[in-house]
Design a protein around this ligand. Structure first.
Ligand code: HEM
Length: 449
């Protein structure tokens, strides 16, 4: 990273804080696309109280993410209040240590456990859907992903039911939107934040997490859940690596609640693409028919479903659940791609525009899962839906397993037809994934002969 220089150019970009805010709120991807088309790969814009910069180039994105000391992750202080002391909000050396701890439990056995959970849940849920004529599919995926995540994080014998997890997730989303909005201070006071119901959700979810921790500590052996591994982890001197039980609690709660929106978004968008591109749907169904031959999905099948995996990648490319990486903020004056980045500037790495750019992809805006079957396809540096080292998503494989297991179970038995042919609406700019119930009608494949 070069030092600030007299020769660096000022950031190009639009004026008008309010206009920028309104356009970004209306459609964040469209807003960013417009900035890139009009001003180039590094663009400056202002929001009320914030000087911002958007980056649309994968090499410059890498520079920013790798230079964590210049551009650490920036989050509004209220997020700490919501999420506590967790990996996602940690920085520097603290982040490195915390990440090592969390990823140390992701060994081969944990991965197999994740696959077993996803296959079992997906088979059970889609069997139930055979009796339905219509579904609110995003909400169904919400229950599926939450149930798998709770099994993985807290364990299959946890006392936290899926519905409580979903309620806690909804509460976290509402708090993030209200606190992250320009009216955050006022909205934070609205009564629903503190009704007896929301207090009960918070209390019962926290109780379930604490119970998993104390059961893990009193058990003779580690059970195959992340909470158990993390609660029993030891530092090199045999002591607990957690500074307090509260810290351990926050990490576990965040693993359960901080992530489901990304896989939920990917699955919901895939249902849209499968309906819009019947030739792709036919290929997924043919692959599942060939590999499963009519029997129930098993863990061993997942690796063989290569076209379904290609569907996952292409969905993440054109509909990334995190259209921007977590914002970073310049700690001092810096230069990026020849442009001056004043200290305090909030930097957005825009994944959505990078992944649909003709500079990096052939037939960039076409939905073509086949591109992922070509040799070296996985090496395109402009594919960054899981972020970049050193903060790249440690659960990318789990996200893929959740997706492939569910799409395979759907493809084997059902066709889901979204009532609207529009792309699902993206979540509010402070959140991940998509929003709305997304109604679909359910056709049974065997009814078509
Ligand atoms: C389709 C699925 C997923 C996508 C697209 C996705 C995307 C991302 C992205 C873009 C980041 C990097 C954020 C940044 O540095 O700005 C990230 C980080 C993270 N993700 Fe995921 N994610 C997915 C699934 C999951 C799941 C299932 C979990 C946990 C159960 C999870 C847990 C995390 C955590 C803990 C981090 C923070 C890593 C760190 O700071 O070192 N993600 N994810």
């Amino acid at each position: 990273m070069s030092a600030p220089s007299q020769n660096a150019k000022p950031l190009p970009g639009p004026k008008g804080k309010l206009r920028n805010t309104m356009r970004r709120m209306a459609d964040q991807v469209e807003f960013m696309r417009g900035l890139h088309e009009r001003y180039g790969v590094v663009v400056g814009f202002e929001l009320p109280g914030l000087r911002c910069c958007a980056v649309f180039c994968p090499d410059l994105a890498r520079q920013v993410i790798r230079s964590g000391e210049i551009y650490p992750r920036a989050y509004p202080p209220v997020l700490r209040e919501l999420m506590g002391d967790c990996l996602l909000l940690s920085r520097g050396e603290n982040h490195r240590r915390r990440r090592e701890l969390v990823t140390s439990v992701l060994d081969g056995e944990m991965m197999r456990q994740q696959s077993r959970i996803a296959v079992r849940r997906a088979s059970k849920i889609t069997s139930r859907w055979r009796l339905a004529t219509s579904l609110r599919i995003r909400e169904e995926f919400e229950r599926y992903v939450m149930s798998c995540t709770l099994d993985m994080v807290l364990g299959t014998s946890s006392t936290v039911p899926t519905e409580l997890g979903v309620d806690a997730l909804k509460k976290l989303r509402r708090d993030q939107v209200s606190m992250g909005s320009p009216l955050g201070g006022l909205l934070a006071e609205v009564p629903w934040r503190n009704t007896s119901r929301t207090r009960r959700i918070e209390r019962e979810f926290g109780y379930g997490v604490r119970r998993s921790i104390s059961e893990a500590r009193s058990a003779e052996r580690t059970c195959p859940a992340m909470a158990s591994h993390l609660a029993r982890a030891e530092g090199s001197d045999g002591s607990s690596p957690w500074s307090s039980d509260e810290q351990l609690h926050d990490e576990i709660a965040m693993l359960a609640l901080g992530s489901p929106d990304s896989p939920i978004g990917a699955l919901t968008c895939a249902v849209h693409y499968l309906d819009r591109y019947p030739e792709v749907r036919d290929r997924v169904e043919a692959e599942v028919d060939r590999e499963l031959g009519g029997r129930q999905l098993a863990v061993a099948d997942l690796d063989r479903l290569t076209f379904t995996r290609a569907l996952f990648r292409e969905t993440l490319r054109l509909s990334p659940p995190a259209p921007n990486l977590f914002p970073r903020a310049a700690q001092r004056d810096a230069v990026l791609g020849g442009y001056r980045i004043p200290s305090g500037t909030v930097v957005f790495i825009n994944v959505a525009v990078i992944q649909e750019s003709a500079a990096h992809w052939d037939r960039a805006r076409d939905f073509e899962p086949d591109r992922w079957l070509e040799e070296n396809s996985g090496k395109n540096p402009a594919f960054i839906p899981f972020g970049l080292e050193p903060t790249v998503c440690p659960f990318a494989e789990f996200g893929e397993t959740l997706f492939v297991a569910m799409i395979a179970c759907i493809a084997q038995r059902l066709r889901l037809r979204p009532v609207s042919n529009q792309h699902p609406r993206r979540a509010h700019s402070a959140l991940l994934g998509v929003r709305g119930p997304v109604p679909v009608t359910v056709d049974r494949r065997d009814a078509h002969g």
